[in-house]
Design a protein around this ligand. Structure first.
Ligand code: DLL
Length: 433
């Protein structure tokens, strides 16, 4: 079902007009409400009435995570704190966390966005959702939670952790939908199988997976192991949280909720906009957000955009899967390596489990990459020769995809640490001098 056909199936011309009007209001809001933006706009001789259509967006300055950190905690909020009714924060790897604030209207829009996503996955008010994203400062748990309620379905606020209990409640409460990270879904599926409970005891039919990169092969793996239809959900705290884009039954790209967020893809080096179809950094502008409006926020996420209307009837622009981040890309011996490429290779080969770790080191000024990967039950052997063959096979495949050699360490099934939230799969120990 399409939750909001007026907005989701709008024709291109009307959409552009709506986006243009909303952009002008957004610029007006930041010009008058956020000194940081007013200065940036004035530096470029821009005023709200410099925006006459959505195409004028390219005149506007970019915003980065550093800008949010520099204005910690509330410097970029566009309304007084009396209007803010919720805060979330995303933990930074370094420095201050990024704090985001929502007005009552922001939260209402967010819930409606999530209801749109869930409808696109085929869910309705009869569904029972286990929300296993973390509740708390992370936007995943509460974001999904209010969306499920807005849809009118039932929500089980599981949060993350306590896997055994979770599996029992999924079964006992008859959960039909599961929301968590894809890596945790794999772990859950594996643990469910170990309970020995018949698959028919579980009613799960829809999976809502995001918050970290995943691949088509991972989708197949989760669907086969868990018996669900697995769908992507994308989002980031700075823009709203989960639900900025979502897949539909066609599973051919994620629909951006483009009446609320305007998407561009730029070359991260030159900062010039790229044509549709080309991979670059996703830049998002919030068109209606009141609490923390973002103008041309550089997500660092790499993807491409497709403006073609989708077979599902939605006309919103679609984004590809995230192919990596312009800042988590590994440069190994001068070669750009995306962890997702390594994951794809591992998942293509039936001998391996989708559990792996990548270690990067520098020895004698030479980058070394070591990939630890679990061998699937049934393929693990005590015979050195068999394991050497497996290792050779994976190394050759990795070399043909990446163009560099990786040291492979094969480990027994179920020995690598499982994650309950976002998985950490790359450990870069290089000290760059
Ligand atoms: O991860 C929001 C979210 C929660 C999305 C639950 C989906 C489901 P942050 O913690 O701010 O917010 O992290 C945002 O996570 O810039 C991407 O790099 C990555 N990310 C989020 N969703 C996806 C996805 C939430 N579907 C950062 N595929 C983003 C790939 C994703 N990467």
């Amino acid at each position: 079902m399409i939750w909001n056909p007026t907005k989701e199936c709008m024709n291109a011309e009307d959409k552009r007009r709506l986006q243009g009007e909303r952009l002008r209001k957004a610029v007006d809001r930041v010009y008058h409400g956020v000194p940081f933006y007013r200065n940036k706009l004035q530096e470029r001789d821009l005023r709200p009435d410099s925006i006459s259509s959505i195409d004028d967006i390219t005149k506007l300055p970019f915003t980065t995570k550093q800008d949010l950190r520099d204005n910690y905690p509330y410097g970029l909020f566009a309304v007084p704190m009396s209007e803010i009714i919720r805060l979330h924060a995303s933990s930074g790897t370094t420095g201050n966390p990024t704090v985001v604030g929502y007005t009552r209207r922001d939260l209402a829009i967010w819930s409606e966005m999530i209801a749109r996503c869930l409808s696109a996955y085929g869910a309705d008010r009869n569904d029972i959702f286990s929300v296993a994203y973390g509740y708390g400062l992370f936007t995943g748990g509460l974001g999904l939670h209010y969306g499920v309620e807005h849809l009118g379905a039932t929500v089980i606020p599981m949060s993350s952790g306590n896997t055994a209990k979770h599996i029992q409640l999924i079964r006992d409460f008859g959960a039909t939908a599961l929301a968590c990270t894809p890596s945790y879904a794999l772990y859950l599926a594996e643990t469910m199988a170990k309970t020995g409970w018949p698959r028919d005891d579980f009613k799960l039919r829809i999976g809502i997976f995001g918050a970290e990169p995943w691949t088509e092969n991972m989708r197949k793996e989760i669907e086969a192991k868990m018996g669900v239809n697995a769908y992507n959900i994308y989002g980031l705290s700075e823009i709203m949280g989960p639900g900025v884009s979502h897949e539909c039954e066609c599973k051919c790209g994620s629909h951006i909720i483009d009446d609320h967020f305007y998407a561009e893809v730029i070359d991260p080096e030159t900062l010039e906009p790229l044509p549709y179809g080309e991979v670059g950094e996703l830049v998002l502008t919030t068109l209606t957000k009141e609490g923390l409006p973002m103008i041309r926020y550089r997500t660092k996420d790499l993807c491409s955009l497709n403006p073609e209307p989708c077979e599902c009837g939605r006309t919103s622009i679609r984004m590809s899967r995230i192919m990596g981040r312009s800042d988590d890309m590994l440069i190994i011996r001068g070669v750009n390596v995306f962890p997702s490429q390594i994951e794809s290779v591992i998942l293509e080969l039936e001998e391996f489990e989708p559990h792996y770790m990548i270690y990067v080191d520098r020895q004698n000024n030479l980058d070394m990459m070591e990939v630890h990967v679990e061998v699937r039950d049934g393929f693990y052997s005590d015979e050195i020769k068999v394991m050497m063959e497996l290792k050779k096979k994976l190394a050759a495949r990795l070399h043909s995809v990446l163009g560099i050699n990786a040291d492979i360490k094969l480990v027994e099934p179920y020995t690598l640490e499982r994650s309950e939230g976002k998985s950490k799969r790359v450990i870069d120990r290089r000290v760059l001098k």
